[in-house]
Design a protein. Structure first.
Length: 700
């Protein structure tokens, strides 16, 4: 039993009692002393810094002033009621306005007293206004520890029971002296020393009541670090456990096929990133446990070749391999590429999709079962029960996000042990996320493009320049190139978007008529066969323009396409824009991406478009995406709970993530079971935290 004082029910803290305890529980999830201790200020007010009213300008943002109240006026009735307070300092007068909590504020302030007022001023009708500022009696602020006063989030309910920020601060002052000496160690002395961290109790004392800015900064860093350290350590442990539990086939050999292909038929030298990733995969496959690896690489980074080499490892070790793609077009494309690569080696490969004839299917089924077929490429047709392998050792899945977890699980059942799984995705996950999430254990990243790639020139144009853009399309087609024009299709406004698409299509056909031009169209409402037909016309170069919704987002490879036009670009998310742009720039010619939009753009849309124009780097884009949307949305909501940090911010604290990762790796290298005496505090804290956290889900 852990009877540490930190576990005491919050009700028993001086100043709380049953009613406030109830509110603290329901409003802030504060149940015990520990929870309150971990309820951190969200900012600090430097009480030493006030400015004069005459120096205020709107551009300063939040300011703090020291003023005396001269008049308090209640105006309006019922819901339109507001409180108008006039106050001044030696240099000028301000108006303080409240629309909510009028009664309460009115009773709490007095004419003639000196107040510290904090808020964002605005000029309204010639007077200087503060709407809903923070206000506090001046003398109460004389604060012993320094000039930084903590500000805590509160709620309306809590405020009405005296627990506004100031009230919470008072509770904290009661709490700290009681608990400071009983806060358990969390890190080892070695880690504390190495990183020049303040001690744990110093960190807690200073995050609530900072001695000075420097100590505050150090304390926040330590506490953020702890969040990141224990998350990564926990991930690391968990991965190790699953790894121990799930057996897999051992691919010991690097055999004839691999070597021969590598020596004689490799069409180009591997990039360093490809080499590193192949090494990581090889190591994984030799361990005797089941491989479940995510291969992440920007569009065009050369994932297919890595897949081919992995397939050869499987074949050399006596196992079959399969590759599954989300669409028929993609499956076709992979089939052709891989067949080309492996033709000289005499390896048998087949394609299985929905449109393969029954008689051909039968042959495929048979040769799979008798083992004469080495590689099967296809769509989810591979998942059917009829598809039985003699000895499936490896399953590669392209473009992960198109498949559901249940579908992938089916693959696992295709052999005695589950086949090794390699999931390839072109949606880069920001490095910081990948690190914290996967503990780096089974993610491989191709972070380098093959040499000689020309960056795609990205341009933003308003709808009013459409005629010029049409001219540009014509010029590109004259050069023998092909063009994509993509329209958004967003579920909420599906009808409208669909109309936009059809209108757009018609105006394109009018501007680029037969017989000189052929225009294809692909959208979600078409039958799969019709879609595939249109797509294959474009792939074969029989049509010059492809008008489409985002269905073409994934994977299609038409090297002759040099221009991507994205209509209503403001409606797309960053990663989607990047995926779409990745459809061009695959051939030898200079490629372009034109983002079309109206004049009215939200701030976020502006940032997205600017980011696209500025960079081609998928990782930079994903980091930006993380900044705009936050980790939960970038990863998909199912996993967001894991990333609910109190202090750390994955978008901003990349360096700390990295530092914590290095320390976790070092810890594991030195003391793999975390059993040494000096690491006992780490072990205890880890066990405590792992009991609280939800389970992280596996990749596949
Ligand atoms: P993606 O990662 O988007 O699936 P692909 O595997 O389709 O990328 O590769 C994109 C293009 O780059 C292909 O045409 C491929 O042949 C070529 N490629 C792959 N690796 C290399 C390399 N090491 N050097 C030169 N070109 C390469
Ligand atoms: Mg690909």
């Amino acid at each position: 039993m852990d009877n540490n004082i930190l576990n005491t029910s919050i009700e028993y803290l001086k100043g709380v009692g049953p009613k406030r305890a109830d509110l603290l529980r329901t409003e802030l999830n504060i149940y015990r002393f520990r929870d309150l201790l971990n309820y951190f200020p969200f900012r600090y007010v430097d009480r030493s810094k006030t400015i004069q009213v005459k120096d205020i300008s709107e551009s300063l943002g939040n300011v703090q002033i020291l003023v005396k109240i001269t008049n308090i006026q209640e105006l309006g009735q019922h819901r339109k009621k507001r409180l108008l307070v006039t106050a001044f300092d030696a240099s000028g007068t301000v108006q303080l306005v409240w629309f909510k909590g009028v009664k309460w504020i009115k009773s709490a302030i007095k004419i003639g007293e000196q107040y510290v007022v904090f808020g964002k001023p605005n000029f309204y009708g010639g007077t200087l206004n503060f709407n809903h500022p923070e206000i506090e009696l001046e003398e109460k602020n004389k604060n012993k520890e320094g000039n930084l006063q903590p500000v805590y989030h509160s709620t309306e309910k809590l405020s009405s029971f005296g627990l506004q920020s100031k009230g919470i601060e008072n509770l904290m002052r009661n709490l700290l002296p009681q608990v400071l000496n009983f806060i358990p160690q969390t890190l080892s002395q070695r880690i504390e020393k190495k990183n020049h961290f303040p001690s744990i109790n110093n960190a807690f004392a200073n995050i609530h009541f900072p001695k000075d800015k420097n100590m505050l900064k150090k304390s926040i860093i330590r506490l953020k670090y702890e969040e990141l350290f224990f998350l990564q350590l926990g991930m690391n442990r968990q991965k190790l456990n699953t790894r121990k539990k799930s057996k897999g086939y051992v691919f010991k050999e690097v055999g004839d096929n691999f070597n021969k292909f590598f020596k004689d038929y490799l069409p180009f030298e591997l990039t360093n990133a490809q080499k590193r990733v192949v090494k990581e995969i090889r190591k994984d496959l030799g361990l005797g446990s089941h491989m479940n690896r995510l291969l992440q690489g920007d569009v065009g980074s050369g994932k297919t070749l890595v897949a081919v080499l992995t397939i050869l490892l499987s074949i050399d070790n006596g196992f079959q391999a399969c590759l599954m793609a989300p669409t028929e077009i993609l499956a076709n494309q992979h089939f052709k590429t891989i067949e080309n690569f492996l033709n000289p080696l005499g390896i048998n490969i087949a394609l299985l999709t929905g449109s393969v004839k029954k008689s051909d299917r039968k042959i495929i089924h048979e040769s799979l079962e008798n083992g004469s077929l080495n590689i099967l490429v296809g769509t989810h047709a591979l998942l059917e029960d009829k598809v039985k392998f003699k000895n499936l050792g490896l399953a590669i899945i392209d473009e992960q996000h198109r498949f559901g977890v249940a579908q992938r699980a089916k693959l696992w059942k295709k052999n005695h042990y589950p086949p090794h799984v390699l999931v390839m995705t072109a949606t880069p996950i920001p490095r910081t996320l990948a690190m914290t999430f996967y503990g780096d254990l089974n993610v491989s990243v191709i972070d380098e493009l093959p040499p000689g790639r020309k960056p795609i020139n990205t341009i933003h144009r308003f709808d009013s320049s459409r005629l010029k853009v049409f001219q540009f399309i014509e010029d590109e087609i004259k050069k023998g190139h092909q063009v994509y024009i993509v329209y958004p299709l967003i579920e909420e406004s599906e009808k409208l978007d669909y109309k936009d698409l059809m209108d757009g299509y018609e105006s394109i056909v009018r501007r680029f008529p037969l017989p000189n031009y052929n225009v294809s169209i692909v959208h979600g409402k078409m039958k799969p066969e019709a879609k595939d037909y249109e797509m294959s016309q474009f792939v074969a170069g029989k049509t010059q323009i492809m008008v489409a919704t985002t269905v073409i987002e994934v994977g299609v490879d038409v090297p002759n396409a040099s221009l991507m036009i994205i209509e209503s670009a403001e409606k797309f998310g960053l990663s989607q824009l990047h995926q779409l742009r990745g459809r061009v720039g695959r051939g030898a010619d200079k490629s372009y991406c034109i983002l079309m939009s109206g004049y009215k753009l939200s701030n976020e849309a502006k940032i997205r478009i600017e980011t696209m124009v500025r960079t081609n780097d998928g990782f930079e884009i994903s980091e930006q995406d993380l900044k705009i949307r936050g980790p939960g949305d970038v990863m998909g909501t199912q996993q967001s709970g894991v990333l609910d940090f109190k202090l750390a911010d994955l978008a901003k604290d990349g360096q700390l993530v990295q530092l914590a990762k290095i320390d976790v790796d070092e810890l594991i290298a030195l003391d793999s079971n975390i059993s040494s005496l000096e690491n006992q505090s780490i072990k205890k804290e880890l066990i405590r935290q792992m009991k609280l956290k939800p389970n992280w889900s596996n990749i596949s």
